[in-house]
Design a protein around this ligand. Structure first.
Ligand code: ADP
Ligand code: MG
Ligand code: ZN
Length: 529
């Protein structure tokens, strides 16, 4: 076997033309093109051991400690499939409404890469374990269309092409350069701990007809797919740690054209927010290229978190370049119907039914529920309620203050350094009257800044509400003296004017006064005189 010429490493290619082509605005893209998208999602399973050997499948251990002849690809070593991993993959397939193959095989995908010790990856090719499924994805309905109509929440059925099993590669570390990338590095290190960890790849069919909502649909799909898999308990699905990785395919079809455009595949998309940004920026880039009369090259592209742009990676290999063939060292996989049925019974209450139940329990409208889903906050709100908060309060914090913080920091809600239990604790301090809303936000800020548990932050920052009447009485007297005109208005019966005095007291007490007590004291003093 000799490698086909297209398998020789390709230097990064210049973008479609040497002179940079200005991207189009999103509105311009939508006026002339229909986007088609497709997502390939890799899920690292949380099994105890690897896919084809007994090595620990752990994250973050000392490099090259969880390795053996099988996952190092040493001559003569033979793989054996991990039953727990197959079970997890079937569970994922069932949760995504797939058919489960009664018989299928693993295949060798041949390519050379330093972090892949065997020089082939055991994967599945034309005989996936699960196929032809779907996931109904709910979309929030806040946006306003061109005619000024507010869009209602809606749902899109995302067709799943297949769910197949494969093994992960090792990890290369490029040392000595400024960027951590191979260019400019003096040498590279390789850690094979991850080589052979079970992966499940979930591939959607092309998603068409979503128009301007394409970026949002991509994100909603990734968010809800993550929630489904987390509910199954088969992976921790953490994008920032790489246990969930999305490749985003995008193409543009000129409106009125009969064929789809050429797609690009964007990798390195490390958060749900980036899934949306990657589709959007790739749509704008492709429209610029197409409008300049240049063809889109089918290639992999890299997403850059900092700029929100994609750059060219390698030109895409054809399936033939991988010289797929059935893996001769493994027996076929033939899950018995009885086993699959017993797994189906084990499916947790999921997706549609579970969401409908939570929506009723939490007393939310369709629109509110869609917003919760869009923010990826279902599990966080459920956990906050489990820790003692009411549904209303849990939703208020996660979709209000915390969503704002996450947005400002460019992270997902669950990437924030605060747990649902801590949010519930802050709320308990509010309910007890120790904190008002403003102080509670400061307590949350302290927790996020790593200052400890809510109680510790309140003590250290001195955030407690002051309701003691002696202290507040003095502050009220001072406010009346300093605002004689306002005070006179209140005496003359303009009770609303008291608000300015409350504000003055709040200012001198740095927001820590109990507003109700202050108000009562002011009115007492001004009606008595
Ligand atoms: P590959 O192995 O080449 O990445 P896959 O079949 O694994 O191919 O995945 C291709 C992904 O791209 C699928 O999600 C598919 O739906 C999507 N796709 C196919 N054609 C297009 C297109 N013209 N535009 C956007 N996405 C597409
Ligand atoms: Mg693929
Ligand atoms: Zn091993």
């Amino acid at each position: 076997m000799h490698p086909p010429s297209s398998m020789t490493p390709v230097a990064p290619q210049p973008d479609a033309a040497t002179a940079p082509i200005a991207p189009r605005s999103f509105d311009q893209v939508i006026a002339s093109y229909q986007p088609v998208i497709g997502l390939e999602t890799h899920i690292e399973l949380g099994t105890r051991t690897k896919m084809f050997c007994g090595c620990a499948a752990a994250f973050g251990d000392e490099p090259n400690t969880n390795i053996c002849p099988v996952c190092l690809g040493l001559p003569g070593a033979l793989p054996v499939a991990n039953a727990a991993a197959v079970e997890s993959a079937i569970l994922i397939g069932l949760a995504l409404n797939c058919s489960i193959a009664s018989w299928c095989r693993f295949a060798r995908k041949n390519y050379f890469y330093p972090d892949m010790p065997k020089n082939f990856q055991i994967s599945q090719y034309d005989e996936p374990l699960c196929f032809d499924g779907w996931l109904d994805v709910r979309l929030p309905g806040d946006s306003v269309d061109i005619d000024g109509n507010v869009e209602q929440p809606s749902s899109v059925r995302i067709e799943i092409e297949r769910v197949h099993m494969e093994e992960d590669t090792g990890k290369s570390l490029h040392v000595g350069g400024a960027t951590g990338r191979i260019h400019g590095a003096t040498h590279s290190l390789v850690d094979y701990n991850r080589a052979g960890i079970p992966l499940v790849e979930i591939v959607t069919k092309p998603i068409t007809g979503t128009g301007e909502r394409a970026p949002e649909v991509a994100r909603a799909y990734a968010t809800q797919l993550r929630d489904v898999i987390r509910a199954l308990g088969v992976s921790d699905v953490r994008m920032e740690q790489g246990s969930m990785r999305c490749d985003v395919n995008t193409s543009l079809q000129p409106i009125g054209a009969s064929e789809w455009g050429t797609r690009t595949e964007t990798k390195n998309v490390n958060s749900l927010r980036s899934v949306e940004r990657a589709v959007r920026s790739e749509m704008c880039r492709q429209a610029g290229v197409l409008d300049a009369g240049i063809r889109i090259v089918q290639e992999t592209r890299h997403f850059h978190e900092d700029t929100g742009q994609t750059t060219s990676g390698r030109s895409k290999e054809e399936a033939t370049d991988y010289r797929y063939f059935p893996e001769p060292d493994l027996v076929p996989l033939a899950p018995e119907t009885a086993w699959v049925d017993s797994l189906r019974e084990r499916l947790p209450e999921l997706s549609a039914e579970k969401l409908a139940r939570l929506q009723t329990e939490w007393g939310l409208t369709d629109k509110d529920m869609a917003a919760v889903l869009g923010a990826g906050a279902v599990q966080l709100i459920a956990a906050t309620i489990a820790a003692g908060a009411t549904a209303e309060v849990a939703r208020k914090w996660w979709l209000g203050e915390l969503a704002r913080r996450a947005n400002a920091d460019g992270v997902e809600l669950e990437g924030l350094a605060i747990t649902p239990k801590q949010v519930a604790e802050v709320q308990q301090l509010v309910d007890r009257g120790s904190l008002n809303d403003k102080l509670a936000r400061q307590a949350i800020e302290g927790v996020l800044a790593g200052e400890g548990e809510p109680g510790q932050v309140v003590a250290a920052r001195g955030l407690e509400v002051v309701s003691d009447t002696d202290t507040l009485g003095a502050a009220v007297d001072a406010a009346i003296a300093a605002n004689a005109e306002v005070a006179q208005k209140v005496r003359d019966g303009k009770v609303a004017a008291a608000g300015a005095l409350v504000g003055a007291v709040m200012k001198t007490t740095k927001g820590q006064a109990d507003a109700q007590t202050v108000c009562t004291l002011i009115l007492e003093r001004l009606s008595a005189s």
